[in-house]
Ligand binder design. Structure first.
Ligand SMILES: Nc1ncnc2c1ncn2[C@@H]1O[C@H](COP(=O)(O)OP(=O)(O)O)[C@@H](O)[C@H]1O
Ligand SMILES: Cc1ncc(COP(=O)(O)OP(=O)(O)O)c(N)n1
Length: 286
């Protein structure tokens, strides 16, 4: 049986811990075939980011086009988007190919602004372009540093409200960078609230945790989960990923990517991977 397909639109982390490398590891752990549109190449290791080379915007859009036309991803994730022109090219490509709200393919938007060391991964003048992409998202998944930049607050409920005003169907506001004993993330669509709670694991090796959470949501959405079910499965997965993190290099090591305990089932005979399912995938974008 052929696997379902997911697409990540993200930057490369030469250290292999975060970015599209973490996304592809996560997709594979869920049994999902991972594809990628590279937005930027970062010069990065466990200590920090020392260089960024942006990919020309038409080339980013073309990577999306060839993947979508040929392989029909069931869900799409965005990570490091680097600059306003790249974000605008991606937004146009998403509209053209029916990705995100208003289309048939769910979109998980992780608004990456900086690495865990504070190195910028988004140009300062690109914040408004990034906010402009939110209306296309099924869910946005910022951490509290990102909510401070995007909507001016670190309070999880206030941030979720302000994010939803920008148009995504759901906001998942991560609380993971605090110092408390729990790792609590808030998922809301403005009507219902779901707190995803796990014990904080005592480790400095959490590089790639945000990417892994968002990629796991994407994998489960590609398999047809509802958004709340996908987020619950992804939270369970990222907790295991942090629990299996390891030291490599002299800085913050990466989270592990163990096989998922609830992998995505391949599509049935009429699914998106079969000839009978050759129409564009419609897997519950909300
Ligand atoms: N030490 C930890 N123990 C358990 N869960 C963690 C830990 N660090 C992060 N997480 C979880 O990993 C996910 C990603 O969190 P976070 O590190 O805040 O993202 P980002 O990498 O975008 O900053 C969240 O669900 C968070 O609660
Ligand atoms: C190329 C690239 N993309 C994203 C990140 C950030 O990864 P994330 O998992 O959100 O967070 P940290 O691991 O940096 O806390 C990155 N570093 N590089």
């Amino acid at each position: 049986m052929n696997p379902v397909v997911a697409l990540t639109v993200a930057g490369s982390d030469s250290g292999g811990g975060a970015g599209l490398q973490a996304d592809l590891h996560t997709f594979a752990a869920f049994g999902v075939h991972g594809t990628s549109a590279v937005t930027a190449v970062t010069v990065q290791n466990t200590v920090g980011v020392t260089g960024v080379h942006e990919i020309p915007p038409p080339l980013v859009a073309d990577q999306i086009r060839v993947v979508v036309e040929d392989m029909r991803p069931g869900a799409v994730k965005t990570g490091m988007l680097a600059s306003a022109p790249i974000i605008e090219a991606i937004g146009a490509a998403f509209r053209r190919h029916g990705i995100g709200r208003g289309g048939s393919v769910p979109l998980v938007l992780d608004p990456v602004c900086a690495s865990m060391h504070g190195d910028p991964l988004l140009r300062a003048d690109a914040l408004s372009a990034l906010r402009g992409l939110f209306a296309a998202a099924t869910v946005v998944t910022p951490n509290l540093d990102e909510t401070a930049l995007l909507v001016g607050t670190r309070d999880q409920r206030d941030a979720a409200r302000a994010l939803l005003a920008l148009g995504p169907a759901y906001a998942l506001v991560k609380g993971g960078h605090g110092d408390g004993p729990r790792s609590r993330d808030l998922l809301t669509d403005g009507t219902t609230e779901l707190w995803l709670d796990a014990a904080r694991i005592d480790t400095g090796n959490t590089h790639g945790s945000g990417d892994t959470l968002a990629a796991a949501i994407t994998a489960r959405l590609a398999g047809g989960d509802s958004l709340p079910d996908a987020v619950a499965a992804a939270k369970r997965y990222v907790t295991r990923a942090v629990a299996t993190s390891y030291s490599v290099g002299s800085g913050h090591g990466p989270v592990g990517h163990p096989p998922a305990s609830d992998p995505v089932a391949p599509p049935g005979p009429a699914g998106p991977g079969s000839e009978a399912g050759a129409a564009p995938a419609a897997v519950g974008a909300s």
